[in-house]
Design a protein around this ligand. Structure first.
Ligand SMILES: Cc1cc2nc3c(=O)[nH]c(=O)nc-3n(C[C@H](O)[C@H](O)[C@H](O)COP(=O)(O)OP(=O)(O)OC[C@H]3O[C@@H](n4cnc5c(N)ncnc54)[C@H](O)[C@@H]3O)c2cc1C
Length: 654
């Protein structure tokens, strides 16, 4: 059982006492220990007692009879006697690091002679079948004295299915599977563990379990598109094309950056990250540098080139006397391994003198007049006139939250100095190999042709590794250059979330004019995004938002003004949709409000305002063919929206 117990990490840290006392109904150890009648030595101040781990031990879900002042100090597992067999079994979805669906500790004592074996005693204990580890006492009793043969096993199966029942949806079990597996366990395990000829009873000869369990038919569906038979083989549109690395990824054979074997002399970098949003800093790395295995501390003074990088050269590699955002890199401690480097990074003393108040929200930045770049504007028609002439005008605000990219593989890179003219090779998990190269060259003060930037595959990016990997790869390049040894960093999840930025939160402030029929006549929209401390891709993201805020609607008088707010946060960046979703969500909010105000169905107001063939967008793009009305009608029809959904929503809202 220990082989299938959790994974190596858990086996190295979890205690046996913790597993017993935790009293999980799917503990792997408790069924086995209970089956063999383990004795638990309990101690409290001034007293000791020994109890048997039997059916009286577990009182309820995760509750045992151990008193609050007692601790388990020893476990005594009795030796097996002659003709006594103990077996354990675990069924789980995976072999490594998975909790049991069902498990069992089974003990049987047999006596008799060749050809006529009887069950003298037995203990059948199961996990995953109840809210505690359970002993199948009725089945045990019924089996004692019975001959060990096929008929007995089948009878045992019947008794077990009566005694151990799980209802669907109970919180501690996988109802259907254990019912099947529990019986299988008895049939599979016991014959195998007994001496021949008893072991010849195989599960295949005992099929009673199959007929006794009420099978639940599980259905599934798979969707794919049929392409026309005359579609050219090289035309991939509509075909179910498999990801090129799918077999390697599904089997776990795919190699990621952190799978690259450790190089000779390689060091790991522990990041010293700002814990304050905006402060003057002083740094003392001496406590880290005296730790055995720590090689160096790298900071702004070690940058041979320009400390300002990023696509706008406005982001420091290392903080220079001042931190401008929470999570900003102050320095890197280089050590022989990751745990040591991270411990040493924590030993670096950073003293902060806060610069008040930090600018965190969009509203803070508007108040402080803190913006990145110029205001962006898309304007068409005469918004003021149209608003003043509109039958109705509504004003309001919409907020859209941010998101973390949460790629499975966090930001990671390995930099190898090549020992000639400051050349470096950078392997990184990036969506922008050129950006990694350009920024490292800038930080190192060398031409780009001395930086080889490579990426094999990335474990997700979603825009978060388009530009953002550079803050890490440049810092690592500076570190590797300083010590002339390979340096690697793969961020822990919390480090990644602290440093890398995410989707831009938005605030939309709108004024919309419309007729009593719901036709939109004018929109005056102000969009603000939270850009973080440096520009990164905030400007193009905002450009996308102001040009997408018309969504699918013809708005004859349109003005969208976008401003990127500078805040003391890590720079926000590209994220799927790149500002488009924020602009469109805001539009969908105000159009819903218009419908609500007019007491009209919102699908009707939407359809009334759709673009049509030949319409121009506010930025002058003529749309020769617009399919949105056809798409919309098909969608309404196929989802039975008007006949079913709409009425149930109305009913619910009554
Ligand atoms: C990823 C993962 C995979 C896992 N897979 C499995 C698995 O496959 N099979 C399985 O059975 N379990 C599995 N577990 C559960 C794990 O085995 C238990 O959580 C672990 O054994 C508990 O041991 P611990 O030393 O951490 O106990 P703790 O968490 O420290 O303690 C658990 C409880 O027991 C009490 N306790 C601990 N020691 C004593 C003592 N000596 N006397 C009195 N009370 C005590 C504590 O007060 C606490 O209430 C898994 C857990 C994880 C996180």
């Amino acid at each position: 059982m220990l082989r299938w117990f959790a994974g190596q990490q858990i086996r190295n840290t979890a205690s046996i006492g913790g597993n017993i006392c935790n009293a999980s109904p799917i503990s792997d150890l408790n069924p086995v220990l209970m089956a063999c009648g383990a004795k638990l030595h309990l101690a409290s101040q001034g007293s000791k007692r020994v109890i048997t781990l039997d059916s009286n031990f577990f009182l309820d879900y995760k509750k045992t009879c151990i008193k609050p002042n007692e601790v388990l100090v020893a476990i005594l597992i009795p030796f097996t006697a002659q003709n006594e067999y103990v077996y354990s079994y675990k069924q789980s979805r995976r072999r490594e690091d998975d909790l049991a669906i069902v498990n069992a500790g089974l003990r049987v004592v047999i006596n008799g002679t060749k050809g006529q074996w009887r069950i003298r005693d037995c203990t059948l204990v199961y996990g995953g079948m109840s809210k505690t580890t359970v002993m199948a006492s009725n089945t045990q009793q019924a089996l004692i004295g019975r001959e060990w043969n096929e008929a007995t096993l089948q009878e045992a199966t019947r008794l077990l299915s009566e005694e151990l029942q799980l209802s669907w949806g109970c919180p501690w079990g996988h109802a259907r599977v254990p019912q099947v597996s529990g019986h299988l366990i008895l049939l599979q395990v016991l014959p195998d563990s007994l001496p021949p000829p008893l072991s010849s009873l195989s599960p295949s000869t005992s099929t009673l379990w199959h007929t006794q369990i009420q099978q639940v038919i599980i259905t599934s569906s798979q969707g794919f598109q049929r392409v026309p038979c005359d579609q050219k083989a090289e035309d991939m549109v509509g075909r179910p094309v498999m990801h090129l690395s799918a077999p390697q990824q599904a089997t776990g054979e795919a190699r990621y950056l952190d799978d690259v074997p450790r190089l000779e002399g390689e060091l790991y970098g522990g990041l010293v990250l700002s814990q304050h949003a905006h402060a003057i800093i002083s740094v003392d790395a001496s406590a880290a540098l005296v730790m055995e295995g720590v090689v160096d501390y790298v900071s702004v003074t070690d940058v041979p080139g320009d400390n300002m990088i990023g696509i706008n050269n406005d982001e420091p590699v290392f903080a220079d006397g001042k931190v401008m955002s929470f999570g900003q890199i102050i320095g890197v401690v280089l050590a022989t391994d990751k745990p040591l480097a991270q411990r040493a990074a924590k030993a670096v003393r950073v003293t902060y003198e806060d610069i008040h108040p930090p600018v965190i929200t969009i509203e803070d930045a508007i108040r402080a007049g803190w913006f990145i770049g110029e205001e962006m504007k898309v304007e068409d028609g005469d918004v003021e006139k149209a608003l003043s002439e509109a039958e109705h005008v509504l004003e309001g605000e919409v907020r859209v939250g941010g998101q973390d990219h949460f790629y499975l593989e966090t930001q990671a890179c390995l930099v190898v100095p090549k020992g000639e003219q400051e050349e470096v090779e950078i392997l990184s998990s990036t969506q922008g190999v050129t950006a990694v190269q350009t920024n490292a060259a800038r930080g190192l003060g060398i031409p780009r042709n001395r930086v080889v930037s490579k990426v094999k595959r990335i474990g997700g990016g979603f825009g978060g590794k388009e530009t953002r990997g550079c803050y890490l790869s440049t810092a690592v390049a500076v570190a590797a250059n300083k010590v002339q040894r390979p340096v690697r960093i793969m961020l822990d999840r919390n480090e990644d979330m602290m440093t890398s930025g995410g989707r831009h939160p938005f605030l939309g402030v709108y004024k919309v004019g419309f007729t009593s029929q719901g036709r939109i006549t004018a929109l005056d929209l102000k969009l603000y995004s939270n850009g973080g401390i440096s520009a990164d891709l905030s400007i193009p993201v905002m450009q996308r938002a102001v040009t997408h805020a018309d969504n699918v609607y013809k708005i004859p008088n349109y003005r969208a003004v976008g401003k990127v707010c500078r805040t003391n946060l890590p720079p926000n960046t590209a994220f799927r949709g790149f500002g488009g979703p924020q602009g469109m969500i805001i539009t969908e909010q105000w159009i819903e409000r218009v419908a609500e105000f007019l007491k009209l169905p919102s699908e009707q107001v939407r359809r009334l305002n759709f673009y049509h063939d030949g319409d121009a967008t506010p930025y002058g793009q003529i749309q020769p063919k617009v399919h949105v009305s056809r798409c919309w009608d098909t969608l309404l029809e196929n989802t039975h929206y008007l006949t079913t959904w709409r009425s149930s929503v109305d009913l619910f809202n009554k």
